[in-house]
Design a protein around this ligand. Structure first.
Ligand code: SAM
Length: 254
C-alpha cells in the first residue's frame, strides 16, 4: 500500500497520545536494543530515543515514503526497510515497540508468535493497535462497500481485517510470557477543520478501500463516505468535532 505521510501527520497530536501512553507503561529502565516496528514517518522513534538515550534504536517499516520521512525527521536514526510479516532479525531485542502498525499485517497468530520470539529474556513487547471498527468512522465504510458496484472487489478487504478482540491476544501470549497486561482505552479526540473524521481516516483506513478503485468509482466512493461521516460526526457549538476512538494495548514481559 502507498502511504501519504503528509495526510497521516495531519492529525499527529491525537495519533501520538496513545504512543506516549504505551511508552510510559514500559517498565524497562535501560534496554540495550530497541526496535520501533512499523515506525512510519518517525514521529514516535525520537520519543524512544529520548526515553532511552543509550539504547541502540532501530526503526523498521516497509514503506519507502514513510522511511524517507522518518530519515528526514531523525537524520542520525537507524531506519531500515523490512516487511514485518517476514522479519527474521537473527537476534533478540530488549524492547520491541509497535504503535498503530500491526493492524495492517494479516495472520496475527503467526505474526505475534514470531515477534514474541524476537524478544530477549527479560525483555518487553509493547503494542498498540486501533480497534475502532464498530464506530461510524469505520462501519460507514463497510456500508458503502456493500451498497456499491465495487462490492465484490472491496468486501474481501474488510473481511481480512486482522485485529482481534483482547482475549485472543491474552490466550495467544499468556503461555509465552512472564507477565501480560492488555487493556483498551477510548480516546475522545477533538478535531478541527472541515469534515475532520473523513480527513483522519483518509490518512489510514480509507486508503484500503480507495487504493483498489479506479475513477470514477474512487471519487464516488469517497464522496458517499464523506457525506455520511459528516452527518455522523457533526461539529460541536465551538466548531470542533469529537471523534471517540478505541485502541487496544498489549504489554508483554518475557
Ligand atoms: C499508521 S502508521 C503508524 C506509524 C508509527 N508507528 C506511528 O505511531 O505514527 C502504520 C505503519 O505501519 C507500516 N506497515 C504496515 N504494514 C507493514 C509491514 N508488513 N511491515 C512493516 N511495516 C508495515 C506502514 O508502512 C506504516 O508506516
Amino acid at each position: 500500500m502507498v502511504w501519504d505521510p503528509q495526510q497521516y501527520l495531519a492529525f499527529a497530536a491525537p495519533r501520538l497520545q496513545p504512543a506516549i501512553d504505551l511508552l510510559a507503561r514500559i517498565p524497562s529502565e535501560s534496554p540495550g536494543s530497541v526496535v520501533d516496528l512499523g515506525c512510519g514517518p518517525g514521529n514516535v522513534t525520537p520519543l524512544l530515543r529520548q526515553r532511552w538515550p543509550d539504547a541502540k534504536i532501530t526503526g523498521l517499516d516497509n514503506s519507502e515514503e514513510m522511511l524517507a520521512r522518518a530519515r528526514e525527521s531523525m537524520p542520525d536514526g537507524t531506519f531500515e526497510k523490512t516487511d514485518v510479516s517476514n522479519w527474521h532479525p537473527g537476534k533478540a531485542f530488549d524492547v520491541i515497540y509497535s504503535n498503530a502498525a500491526l493492524q495492517w499485517v494479516t495472520g496475527h497468530e503467526a505474526l505475534f508468535t514470531s515477534i514474541a520470539g524476537h524478544v530477549a529474556p527479560g525483555g518487553i513487547l509493547a503494542v498498540q493497535m486501533p480497534r475502532n471498527f464498530e464506530a461510524p468512522s469505520h462501519s460507514l465504510m463497510l456500508d458503502v462497500v456493500r451498497e456499491g458496484p465495487w462490492r465484490e472487489l472491496l468486501e474481501p478487504v474488510w473481511v481480512n481485517v486482522p485485529t482481534q478482540a483482547p482475549a485472543y491476544y491474552y490466550n495467544l501470549l499468556d503461555p509465552l510470557t512472564r507477565d501480560l497486561q492488555i487493556w483498551e482505552t477510548e480516546y475522545l479526540q477533538v478535531l478541527e477543520g472541515e469534515n475532520p473524521v473523513a480527513e483522519y481516516t483518509r490518512g489510514t483506513w480509507l486508503t484500503r478501500f480507495l487504493n483498489p478503485l479506479d475513477e470514477p468509482w474512487r471519487s464516488e466512493f469517497e464522496t458517499i463516505y464523506r457525506n455520511r461521516v459528516a452527518a455522523a460526526y457533526p461539529p460541536e457549538s465551538n466548531g470542533k468535532t469529537l471523534f471517540p476512538f478505541r485502541r487496544l494495548f498489549i504489554l508483554a514481559s518475557f
